[in-house]
Design a binder for this molecule. Structure first.
Ligand SMILES: [Zn+2]
Length: 257
């Protein structure tokens, strides 16, 4: 079936296969999107419009260029078309309210998640290989949109820094190409980010996200026991392609019974 990614890439996709689910379950861990990238690419049977991507000799988008926003959108779409009732994703949640901690399932309708497409200016920048620019925490910054190429840079940085768990600070440090007045180097950018207060880090996040495309995977949840409301991010673990038994109603939120 034909599918258009948030970046404008237009492809023919086939449904996901059993062997690919096994691969995803075995390899999907942490922030590593390697297995997801391979599965999404293997489900592309034809590219109808390359959007902002350069194509390989095999006529596929260059793996390292793939935007994270397109990958997540592709994964959600593949779930919707590959499984019965695949557009409803049941997630396990635990109420964070003090003294409650109720555990329940919340059905998320993937068709209702807000989608943001890439505008023409951003598309032109990607095609030309130009960085994006913005101003945050009193500095001009140059950056790339979140793409697969940054995974290898992040892994290399984590080895260099001898740290185990990747945080958003590490993710931003490899996504930012240059900060005004700083040497071009991941460690300098990382140290700069570490010295910012949380309000300034939120400014950086807003600047990095402004031109980007993709699906908003933050979901509003209401606890059926204490009515506490909060936002959780869709998990993309091994259970992502697990079927559920009942056909739920179309709603992004749970309702109080
Ligand atoms: Zn609760």
């Amino acid at each position: 079936m034909q599918w258009t990614a948030p970046s404008g890439l237009q492809v023919e996709l086939r449904p996901i296969r059993g062997a690919e689910l096994i691969k995803l379950a075995e390899e999907a861990k942490g922030t590593d999107m390697g297995a997801i990238v391979s599965i999404v690419l293997s489900c592309v049977t034809e590219v109808l419009d390359p959007g902002p991507y350069k194509l390989t000799a095999a006529g596929r988008p260059e793996r390292s260029q793939l935007l994270k926003g397109d990958l997540v959108a592709a994964l959600l779409h593949l779930r919707a078309v590959s499984m019965p009732d695949g557009d409803v994703y049941p997630i396990d949640v635990r109420c964070p309210a003090g003294g409650c901690a109720a555990q329940f399932k919340c059905d998320v309708d993937l068709r209702e998640l807000p989608l943001k497409t890439l505008d023409q200016e951003a598309r032109d920048r990607l095609v030309a290989g130009l960085p994006f620019q913005g101003r945050a925490a009193g500095k001009d910054i140059l950056f790339d949109l979140q793409c697969v190429a940054q995974d290898a840079r992040a892994a290399s940085w984590m080895r260099t820094a001898q740290r185990q768990r990747q945080t958003v600070i590490d993710t931003y440090a490899v996504q930012i190409r240059e900060v005004e007045g700083l040497e071009r180097n991941v460690r300098h950018v990382f140290n700069w980010l570490c010295d910012l207060d949380l309000g300034e880090i939120d400014e950086v996040r807003a600047v990095l996200e402004a031109p980007d495309c993709g699906v908003d995977t933050d979901v509003a949840v209401t606890c059926p026991q204490c009515e506490w409301r909060w936002t959780t991010t869709l998990p993309f673990g091994a259970s992502f392609f697990r079927a559920h038994r009942t056909k739920p109603k179309r709603s992004q939120e749970t309702t109080v019974p």
